[in-house]
Design a binder for this molecule. Structure first.
Ligand code: NAI
Length: 471
């Protein structure tokens, strides 16, 4: 197989940036160029304040930046120089047209593919890193072959990314597996070996698994669908717990001890968020429907519906506990990121909660340790100036948890940041600055109920029965 000397990564986002920074650090002999059309994102990658927050990312980037790792907007030059090209662009849900609201918008993948075809003067290995519907590799192949210069050969691989935000560097350094899908041909196997060699610089060989392209593409959708399904399953149980006096953490513990089920990813919450779960399941729903498998589609769709229900159920609980009115009340929302240790807010449950409180005419005070102010406004207003004026009447952004809680009737814990735990935040101080009765709605089950109720708070925790607590 051919040795890879130069890599180009199209798309400097949450996946392309960290993945290729780790590749560059482990392969000092490979020249890695990460390119993007977004100038400000590239400027940030080249600055001291990276465009995304991940524990360990800044240190990893610092190891190789301007040595064998480069960030630029010169997409064409990077394509031309590379032996291997990762396509790591966004694949959002289609907003209009056929499959709107479900199917993946492959416009960015296609644009990147066409640019590769146009620019390439030598053979390239093109790697699908983005999460794409099953059989996208075939479309990429057709576009490349129809538009390439004569004599230029392309091999297409599927190499889905399994990193989780918040632990991206850890996941990349110690992956459960690296998956490479290739065509069943000599050229396909050779391309696969070239990419496997890049990973083998730090990943044990037995964790690098290879299979056919379609299986590889589908495996990514399947993994996300099954992860989200676990969350929806435990959240469905959390509703039963709240209604009966059972405790979802105890149930999850007992259930997770079954080695066939396992203890991980069984934490009940106010609902999953992030850019991937919802999008990838809806994508699978669309795929099932287009394959004329309506029962399969309905099954997966229910995972998303349960998640919407969980957010609604929690918001309703808050309203009901506050004597069914929020007008003239201040609600402190702790956390806006979709989970801890990331600044990413895409599909965050906090967005739905804040919007529903604002509609109830509450004044909402948000504090998140990592999410930038403009990102909160962007999520809540979608850049619409009319909406913005209305939202800013009701919502403020604070610099600390204590500031958000000042004068509030209730605290809603939307993100499980460590600093919101009662071992890190002084809830006695928080209690003092709040209106009474002071409520806490723990949407992540991070608080020690005894500690909190002893201070005087009225506490509702997701998935905990109300026995011994307030109703
Ligand atoms: P992102 O939106 O953070 O980054 C994508 C980048 O691609 C953007 O900066 C955009 O400007 C750039 N881009 C789009 N078209 C381009 C073009 N033609 N030329 C150059 N740059 C272009 O997206 P993210 O989160 O990195 O996701 C990328 C893919 O990876 C998606 O398919 C996603 O489903 C998948 N994925 C995401 C994970 C995550 O945790 N965010 C985990 C695993 C997979």
């Amino acid at each position: 197989h051919r040795k890879v000397n130069s890599i180009c990564c199209i798309g400097a986002g949450y996946v392309g940036g960290p993945t290729c920074a780790v590749i560059a650090a482990a392969n000092p002999h490979i020249n890695v160029q990460i390119v993007d059309v977004n100038q400000s994102r590239i400027d940030a990658w080249n600055s001291d304040v990276l465009p995304i927050y991940e524990p360990g990312l800044a240190e990893t980037v610092a190891k190789s930046r301007n040595r064998n790792l480069f960030f630029s907007t010169n997409v064409s030059q990077a394509i031309e120089e590379a032996d291997l090209i990762f396509v790591s662009v966004n694949t959002p849900t289609k907003k209009s047209g056929m499959g709107r609201g479900f199917a993946a918008d492959l416009g960015y993948v296609e644009a990147a593919t066409r640019q590769i075809a146009k620019i390439a003067k030598s053979d390239k290995i093109v790697v699908e890193k983005s999460t794409v519907p099953c059989r996208t590799a075939q479309s990429i192949r057709l576009i490349l072959e129809a538009n390439s210069r004569s004599g230029v050969h392309f091999d297409i691989l599927s190499n889905p990314e399994f990193l989780a935000e918040g632990t991206a560097i850890q996941d990349l350094m110690h992956p459960d597996r690296v998956l490479i899908g290739s065509q069943d041909t000599v050229a396909g196997f050779s391309a696969c070996a070239s990419l496997a060699e890049v990973y083998s610089a730090w990943v044990p060989r037995d964790k690098i698994i290879t299979m056919n392209v379609w299986s590889s593409e589908l495996s990514k959708l399947a993994a996300n669908a099954m992860l989200a399904q676990r969350i929806s399953s435990i959240n469905a149980l959390s509703a039963i717990c709240e209604a009966t006096g059972a405790d979802v953490d105890e149930v999850a513990h007992a259930v997770g001890l079954d080695s066939r089920i396992g203890p991980k990813f069984l934490k009940s919450s106010v609902g999953f968020g992030g850019s991937c779960f919802r999008k990838d399941i809806l994508n699978l729903v669309y795929l099932s429907e287009s394959l004329n498998l309506p029962e399969v589609a309905a099954y997966w769709r229910q995972v998303v519906e349960m998640n919407e229900y969980q957010k609604f159920r929690f918001a309703r609980k808050v309203l009901h506990s506050l004597f069914d009115t929020m007008s003239n009340k201040r609600i402190a929302v702790f956390g806006f990121a979709f989970k801890k240790d990331t600044g990413d807010t895409r599909e965050s449950a906090a967005i739905t909660l804040v919007q529903s409180f604002a509609e109830e005419m509450a004044s909402v005070a948000i504090y998140d340790p990592k999410v930038e102010e403009r990102q909160v406004w962007l999520e809540l207003t979608s850049n619409d100036t009319d909406i913005e004026a209305k939202v800013k009447e009701r919502v403020t952004i604070c610099n600390s948890a204590l500031e958000a809680a000042g004068g509030a009737d209730a605290i809603v814990i939307a993100t499980e940041w460590d600093e919101f735990k009662d071992t890190n935040l002084n809830y006695a101080d928080v209690y003092r600055v709040m209106n009474k009765p002071a409520f806490i709605f723990d949407g992540r089950s991070i608080l020690n109920a005894g500690v909190i109720t002893d201070i005087g708070f009225k506490l509702h925790t997701i998935g905990k029965g109300t026995e011994g607590r307030f109703e």
